[in-house]
Write a protein that binds this ligand. Structure first.
Ligand SMILES: *Cc1c(COP(=O)(O)O)cnc(C)c1O
Length: 582
């Protein structure tokens, strides 16, 4: 008997019962309404949103977070405005001869229920640009978007390019004018990464040019601005040149004092947006405990920036199989706010039986197979995963630090694990345009799979990774693999979708996973990549075996849910932000 078969530890999910009661009261439009109202909402600025049903496709976790923030706000009736671009073009991927081919599709906002409001203008040294303001109300929340036919697609051009700066300026200054246009005043502004910095500048400029003393305006803006950082290393951030600011930024600032303030933030003719952002935002947060601790940012004087941690959560009602959500509510696991129940949470989780888990996961498998009917693998074929087969997945952006190819370090070993356990493996992800290193690694992996009879039968690569696939895999896979190089993942949210859907998580101890001790999931550790690979294979065996053993299956699923349900809950995230902001 292994030593992990001891009683699960009990964690304090919430700081105190009083705090939860307070949150409930606030949500029940008691305290919160004094700070937030439909005319004075929580304003969330983001360059990326991942919400396919509303016509906006993102690139990864940053966009999923923004979409989930709005969904949680809608669920909790928090007055909330998501200010984001509506991109007229969207990128997709398909496979040809095992190479990823990028292509683009056009999007019309009318097709997604947006209403045209009016136009606003931003100024550049070359002339002014007219932006359409469009909106869509969803309960207490709304999308407020700016767009124009030449806006391009998400992350088009190099970071640091003129076009990116144009997009960021449009979102900041244009988005702020859009807010005025629809008659709103921000109670707070949350900046989802520095690409949204110009929203805070627009606000500062408005205050100063309407007569407020510059320093007073800075203090006021600082108090009501929250900067959420997702990047660990400041040096990795793009830089802009002074002449780019002359062309795109300064023409939009009315106040001489604000312009002067911003000019002072240049060093040797270049600027990183985080430098003025940390000055204009008194509230700063990182997206997991670990990330908030290790994010290495300095202000212009070289002083280290402190970040508070507000770990990302997910909108459970979006990402969890409806039958599993009903089960959690009916069995006292989640309360009506989708937070872990305050009474008997652990005891309720421990009553989840292996039979229930298998039944619910089979429903998830059926859902996955439905989605797979209209998707294709690397050969252009559709894939169906048999109900009695165990399914591993790796689904996330194909970037080097996430190590999508780690399980292929020893192809025969992987093949052996899959074959002996009647297991399949789905690999889903997209390579960023221009990432030739990962483009090559993906191709090599696909050739490797092609040349190995067992892998060819049991490993399926699905291109054009998106929300639909992310959702279906979380629901229909039994075990997911999340192995970023430790120290490089800010939070990650895919693993939350897996845990909340009763999957067995195999992960390195990084990002939001490291919010809780590593004995709560199938951990992959090691001093070097060789050891980590070895431990990954071992944990894959443990996961596959656990599926066939009631005791082990219950043990791991209970443990994961007890430790992480609070972390995963998007309503918990909203509560944390509201507590931090007000
Ligand atoms: C959940 C999700 C993400 C976030 O993934 P992480 O890498 O875990 O942060 C990215 N893309 C899609 C399509 C998702 O569904």
């Amino acid at each position: 008997m292994e030593d992990h078969h001891t009683e699960p530890r009990v964690y304090h999910r919430l700081d105190s019962v009083e705090e939860v009661e307070e949150f409930y009261q606030a949500i029940a439009r008691d305290r919160l309404t004094q700070k937030l109202s439909p005319e004075r909402p929580y304003c969330y600025w983001t360059i990326e949103t991942y919400d396919k049903s509303n016509g906006i496709r993102g690139g990864g976790g940053l966009g999923v977070l923004a979409a989930d923030m709005r969904r949680v706000a809608e669920q909790l009736k928090v007055p909330f405005v998501l200010v984001t671009p509506f991109y007229p073009w969207e990128s997709h991927q398909k496979m040809e001869n095992m190479e990823q081919i990028d292509y683009h599709t056009e999007k019309n906002y009318e097709d997604f229920g947006f209403n045209f409001v009016d136009t606003v203008r931003i100024r550049t040294a070359m002339g002014s640009v007219e932006l359409d303001v469009i909106e869509k109300q969803l309960g207490s929340s709304r999308f407020l978007c700016i767009t124009e036919p030449n806006f391009g697609e998400l992350y088009s051009g190099e970071s640091g390019s003129d076009h990116r700066l144009y997009q960021e300026v449009s979102l900041g200054f244009g988005g702020y004018q859009a807010l005025k246009l629809v008659g709103l005043r921000p109670a707070v502004i949350q900046l989802n990464e520095v690409a949204t910095f110009f929203a805070a500048v627009a606000r500062l400029d408005e205050l100063v040019s309407s007569g407020m003393d510059f320093y007073e305006a800075v203090v006021y803006t600082r108090k009501h601005t929250l900067y959420t950082n997702h990047t660990l290393v400041q040096a990795a951030e793009a830089t802009f040149h002074y002449d780019q600011f002359e062309r795109y930024v300064f023409p939009n600032i009315k106040s001489v004092a604000v312009r002067r303030w911003l000019k002072d933030k240049f060093t040797d003719g270049t600027i990183r947006l985080s430098t003025p952002t940390v000055e204009i935002a008194e509230l700063r947060s990182g997206v997991s405990k670990l990330h908030a601790r290790v994010a290495n940012y300095h202000d212009i004087n070289g002083a280290k920036i402190k970040f508070k941690s507000v770990t990302n959560g997910i909108h459970l009602r979006t990402w969890v199989l409806p039958e599993i959500m009903d089960y959690y509510h009916d069995h006292g696991v989640l309360d009506r706010f989708d937070l872990p129940a305050t009474r008997d949470f652990e005891a309720s989780v421990e009553k989840i039986s292996a039979a229930d888990i298998r039944h619910l996961k089979n429903l998830g498998r059926a859902r996955l197979n439905e989605v797979l009917k209209h998707r294709t693998d690397q050969y252009g074929n559709t894939v169906q995963i048999p109900e009695d087969a165990f399914l591993f997945d790796f689904k996330r952006r194909f970037v080097d630090y996430k190590r999508p190819t780690l399980p292929f370090n020893d192809p025969d070993r992987l093949a052996d694990i899959l074959e002996r356990n009647n297991a399949h493996y789905i690999l889903a992800g997209r390579v960023h345009m221009g990432d030739s290193n990962m483009f090559g690694k993906l191709m090599d992996t696909l050739h490797l799979i092609d040349s190995h009879p067992v892998l060819k039968e049991r490993v399926h690569y699905l291109p054009d990774y998106d929300e639909e696939l992310g959702l279906a895999l979380s629901q229909g896979a039994n075990s997911s693999i999340n192995t970023p190089i430790v120290g490089l993942e800010a939070c990650g949210t895919s693993w939350m979708k897996d845990i909340a859907n009763m999957g067995l998580l195999i992960s390195t101890h990084d990002g939001g996973v490291a919010d809780m001790p590593s004995d709560n999931y199938l951990t992959v550790d090691g001093k070097n990549e060789e050891q980590e690979t070895e431990n990954l294979y071992r944990q894959m065996e443990v996961a596959a075996k656990a599926w066939g053993n009631d005791f082990d299956l219950e043990y791991w699923i209970h443990r994961e849910i007890i430790a992480y349900m609070d972390v995963c809950s998007g309503c918990r995230m909203m509560r944390d932000y509201l507590n931090f902001l007000f």
